[in-house]
Design a protein. Structure first.
Length: 318
């Protein structure tokens, strides 16, 4: 009799424990979802997740407030630009079989990751806010000529390392970084995933990383085309346009497009510019571009050729 009572009591305890366990799991999942919903960067993080640029952990958590490493930052930048070419020399502190080895080589070849003295990259170190600014500046080739005074908007401007002054000043001038409520920038503090994606989101208004026609856009910010077979049509870009090596040997068409700042071409074999107005066009490709055709009522104010390119001009239409 006593044994039956004990067994019955044990069954009740086990059932209760299982119920509590299920409740805890359900509650944790609900808490994760509700926390993400109210996070200040949720929409921005979701946008870049949908674009395939970022991903979560094994549970799908995007880890908004986790500090981001240098290796993670360059991996994201590489995905945005579709960088493929790799440097011949690796950083001395990067193991060959590490998950980020190729990403560091791409970043080095692209020229936006210089590393530290002694040929080290510190890939697993959490990246600081000022170092993030430098990487962003160099990757997006931003002009710093009019940004000196903006650094002084931060009360701790004197704490910014000299090598990062221009980068922080430029991003502040463009409204990409705004600092904290107390007026500080905290240059030596680490940056979270949400904060980094927020900077990226402020810079890149349109990312064309899937084939198709993108049209009727009036864009304030920068545009990146990193996928082949893209046509940008009937659009105005108040910023820079990057046509990257991500398009491979395929083509890109600009049809009735106005770019107020600089258009960078660093890849592709068949670039068509039709009835478009470009302030400055810079060609800087690892491989020669077989065909850059300019036709219609196109107008290019300044053309800078840093690599070989075959240019054809349809004078009959221009």
């Amino acid at each position: 009799m006593l044994f039956k009572k004990i067994r019955k009591f044990s069954a009740i305890v086990l059932t209760l424990a299982m119920s509590l366990s299920a409740f805890s799991t359900s509650y944790a999942q609900t808490l994760l979802v509700s926390t993400n919903k109210v996070h200040w960067a949720q929409e921005k993080m979701q946008r870049w997740y949908d674009l395939g640029v970022i991903r979560g952990d094994e549970n799908g958590d995007l880890m908004y407030d986790a500090y981001i490493s240098r290796a993670e930052v360059v991996t994201i930048v590489n995905k945005v630009f579709g960088f493929q070419s790799k440097a011949s020399q690796q950083f001395s502190d990067v193991e060959e079989n590490s998950w980020y080895a190729d990403e560091l080589l791409k970043a080095r070849q692209a020229g936006y990751l210089k590393g530290y003295e002694g040929n080290i990259a510190k890939p697993e170190s959490k990246i600081t806010r000022e170092d993030t600014s430098v990487i962003i500046l160099q990757a997006f080739e931003l002009d710093t000529s009019d940004s000196d005074s903006s650094l002084n908007s931060f009360k701790d401007a004197k704490d910014v390392s000299q090598y990062a002054v221009a980068a922080v000043g430029k991003l502040a001038a463009d409204g990409v970084i705004r600092g904290y409520e107390d007026g500080s920038f905290k240059p030596k503090a680490n940056i979270t995933r949400a904060e980094f994606i927020s900077i990226l989101d402020s810079l890149v208004t349109l990312l064309c990383n899937t084939p198709g026609t993108y049209e009727n856009k009036n864009i304030s910010g920068h545009v990146v085309i990193s996928n082949p077979s893209v046509e940008l049509k009937n659009s105005t870009i108040n910023g820079n346009l990057h046509i990257t090596e991500g398009i491979g040997n395929a083509g890109v068409t600009l049809n009735s497009v106005v770019v107020t700042d600089t258009t960078y071409i660093s890849g592709g074999n068949d670039i068509k510019i039709i009835d478009s107005e470009l302030n400055q066009l810079v060609v800087n490709s690892e491989d020669s571009i077989n065909s850059l055709s300019i036709s219609g009522k196109s107008n290019i104010t300044k053309l800078v050729l840093n690599s070989p390119v075959n240019i054809s001009v349809d004078e009959k239409r221009m």
